[in-house]
Design a protein around this ligand. Sequence first.
Ligand SMILES: NC(=O)c1ccc[n+]([C@@H]2O[C@H](COP(=O)([O-])OP(=O)(O)OC[C@H]3O[C@@H](n4cnc5c(N)ncnc54)[C@H](OP(=O)(O)O)[C@@H]3O)[C@@H](O)[C@H]2O)c1
Length: 287
Amino acid sequence: MSDVSVIGLGAMGSALAIALIKGGYAVTVWNRSPEKAAPLVAAGAVQAGSAAEALRASPVTVICIASHDKTLELLGAAGDAVSGRTIIELSTGGAEDAEALAAHLDGQGADWMIGIINAYPTGISLPETVLLMVGAEPVWQRCAPIIRTLGGGSARVGDRAGMIAALFAALFTTRQGFMFGMIYGGLVCRKAGIPLDVFASQIPVSMGVLPAYHKYFSDTVPAGKFDNPPATMTVYAAALDDALATFRALGAHAELPQLFSDLAHRGVEAGLDDKALTALVELMSRD
Ligand SMILES: NC(=O)c1ccc[n+]([C@@H]2O[C@H](COP(=O)([O-])OP(=O)(O)OC[C@H]3O[C@@H](n4cnc5c(N)ncnc54)[C@H](OP(=O)(O)O)[C@@H]3O)[C@@H](O)[C@H]2O)c1
């Protein structure tokens, strides 16, 4: 018997297994393509001959393969090997697939935590790395030492399986807002003849404002209080119009600034002109 099994030894699963071995756990590993287990065996892991064998080898199994639906397929094929075990599912997937997986595990008498990893494999085991998990509180209490070995800042954020996909969508969209902001920024700079290395070197000026944006959001949305903001919906709408006009004048693709401007104007037209821009969360969630 080992302490933890790891199923899925791709870039991420291998990093998870190494972190557990280094963290002092006795680890069993299994991967569909068996040759990927060799470096883990060299590092001290035991290689199981099948997924079912890996599940039976430890009270807790971490799974990190392509997606929740593949995990469900794999567990379905493993029969009753999962009964009485605890699954920590770290594959990516949508809300419906997460709920289906949890329902299968409940039906098999298995405990589960489902999570997202907010890091590249190189971030695994660092104290600041965060895995966000959902699942029952008592299961979290049992699994937290393992999960915090993978990411020291990890936390349980809810109990329903489907919540994790929504949280992933929210956090990924937040990051991608910045990513696509840079892409459109590059576009308008190129049209204006601004060297892209100049733009790239000045992006940290905008990054410096992000903590203040986060505070603006955190001070308003959670409490639903949008009065007396440091910049109102009207102020944002005007600035966004200026940015949009520049994109248009330069003939740059303007889908993103157009969206920003449209949304701010929608807020103004709804009577939120002197409120925080973030009041759009409430306005639009009524749709
Ligand atoms: N890499 C990252 O930065 C990162 C960050 C956060 C989350 N994740 C998530 O972690 C998961 C794994 O990502 P990765 O980067 O490790 O991918 P990867 O390097 O492409 O590895 C994929 C792994 O999934 C296994 N797999 C795929 N389909 C399978 C199936 N039907 N049955 C059994 N095993 C199957 C593969 O087995 P074979 O070796 O046999 O193909 C391999 O072990 C994904 O859900 C990903 O979204 C990754």
